[in-house]
Ligand binder design. Structure first.
Ligand SMILES: *Cc1c(COP(=O)(O)O)cnc(C)c1O
Length: 451
């Protein structure tokens, strides 16, 4: 190999021409940008030969490891016969098989699939479909959406509008529709002696009051079931979803479950909604859907909603929404291959053991004065750093970056969300690799909270 083709080589060329997502590019004057040469399982390798354990599944998308032989082979085979075809007026085998399979594995009543190409697009579609459904049903006054404080649903303008993470939203405020924001059931906010369940029930009161009084103008409530991921891996008890489902039914409001991050086993069940025994009116899926290979998303809904759009053309009730790459055959094949891996072994059962190991591996942080909370939902484990009084460190201190850099220097890709250090690894991680991650994270947290 040409010794000049090293990290520095690609870093320099990159910084001459690229603009990276969710990045203050000036940070790269002092924060190293890592060019990755290859991936294998949970490991990434750069051009200097350094390795990094991908603790965050490359932004929560990877489920079965990088360069997974089964998924790679299926995509390669599909590419030999059909890479893509327009999905309006035409269809193809991977799109049909995947739709059938998604209907079969998701909660009851979700038996129609609409494809798109990113999580944000799926959220846009669910919002538009909900609004459009009410309009087609003669209730055009139902135009408002309800979301939870601390929620995140993507960054295109509609999806951003129903989010409540200031860092992403505030700048664009003047461009965004105004949602009705209700306090989150986030367990981190519960008082001393209060259980997750009691807290969730108490926090449901304002949601109930809002639906009671304003359901005439509300089209849908959108939530991230069980874990508000981008908002800092904030978690809540499933009873909230149970109550929300009942209330949405009672008041004639749609429930949109954004399982883009938590779907496909992250919370310990294939879908998070299962833990509350509920079916949403719209289910948004993406991220893990293709095992982290290709951009694809899906919105599932039920027959009653589908029928509200099923009319003579001249009634102008059709859902006129499209993306160029809707239902791409390679993406659908990657998703089918990913679902095959779920069928080939007891992934969810195996994850239970890994999840227990993950929790036990960070047990020594239970008494750390600067770890205010350790919480877990299945394969997501989060540790919240706080000062000696339990207050959040000011964001300007950027303590998470100390953990991030300690990780990079010690074979781990950890990417804290502010003060929250978390693991959300691919399911092919081993107990030894979990121990490695835990060691690096614990050291990083010690370093980041020293003063
Ligand atoms: C990542 C994410 C999205 C947006 O998905 P993109 O593919 O990044 O557009 C939406 N909702 C949730 C809950 C997410 O975690």
């Amino acid at each position: 190999m040409d010794p000049r083709i090293n990290n520095a080589h690609w870093r320099e060329r990159d910084l001459d021409s690229l603009w990276h997502p969710c990045t203050q590019m000036k940070d790269h004057e002092w924060l190293e940008l890592i060019p990755i040469k290859r991936g294998q399982g949970v490991w990434l390798e750069d051009y200097d030969g350094q390795r990094y354990l991908d603790a965050i599944s490359s932004w929560w998308v990877n489920l079965f490891g990088h360069a997974n032989p089964h998924i790679s082979q299926r995509i390669a085979d599909q590419a030999q016969s059909l890479e893509h075809v327009i999905l309006a007026g035409f269809t193809h085998e991977p799109a049909v098989l995947l739709a059938e399979k998604l209907c079969a594995i998701t909660p009851d009543g979700l038996d129609r699939v609409f494809y798109a190409d990113s999580g944000s697009a799926a959220v846009e579609i669910a919002l538009k479909m909900s609004f459009h459904y009410w309009r087609n049903q003669g209730q055009p006054g139902k135009t408002r959406f309800v979301c939870l404080s601390g929620s995140y649903h993507g960054e295109t303008l509609g999806a951003l509008a129903v989010g409540d993470v200031a860092l992403y939203r505030d700048t664009y405020g003047p461009l965004l529709m105004e949602p009705l924001v209700v306090p989150s059931p986030d367990s981190f906010d519960r008082g001393p002696g209060c259980s997750w369940e009691e807290h969730a029930l108490a926090q449901f009161e304002p949601m109930l009051r809002l639906l009671e009084t304003r359901h005439d103008e509300i089209a849908a409530v959108i939530v991230e079931p069980l874990v508000q991921c981008a908002g800092g891996m904030r978690m809540y008890h499933p009873v909230y979803l149970e109550r929300l489902r009942e209330a949405c039914d009672r008041y004639g409001v749609h429930l949109i479950a954004d399982e883009i991050a938590v779907g496909f086993g992250r919370t310990g069940t294939l879908f998070a909604c299962e833990q509350a025994g509920i079916s949403p009116d719209f289910l948004c899926l993406s991220k893990g859907l293709t095992g982290g290979y290709l951009p694809l998303s899906a919105v599932l809904t039920g027959e009653a909603i589908y029928q509200a759009f099923y009319h003579d053309y001249s009634d102008l009730k059709a859902f006129m929404h499209s993306h160029s790459y809707t239902g791409n055959a390679l993406c659908c094949t990657a998703a089918l291959a990913t679902l095959e891996l779920f069928e080939q072994s007891d992934v969810i059962g195996h994850n239970r053991e890994l999840a227990a190991h993950m929790r036990q591996a960070v047990a020594e942080l239970d008494d750390h004065p600067n770890v205010a909370d350790i919480r877990q939902s299945g394969m997501i484990l989060a540790m919240e750093m706080a000062d000696n009084q339990g207050r959040p460190y000011p964001w300007q201190e950027r303590r998470g970056i100390t953990v991030y850099r300690h990780g990079l220097a010690n074979q781990a890709l950890l990417r804290p969300l502010g003060n929250v250090v978390y693991f959300m690894p691919p399911y092919v991680i081993t107990p030894d690799e979990i121990d490695h991650l835990a060691r690096v994270a614990i050291e990083g947290i010690h370093l980041a909270t020293r003063d």
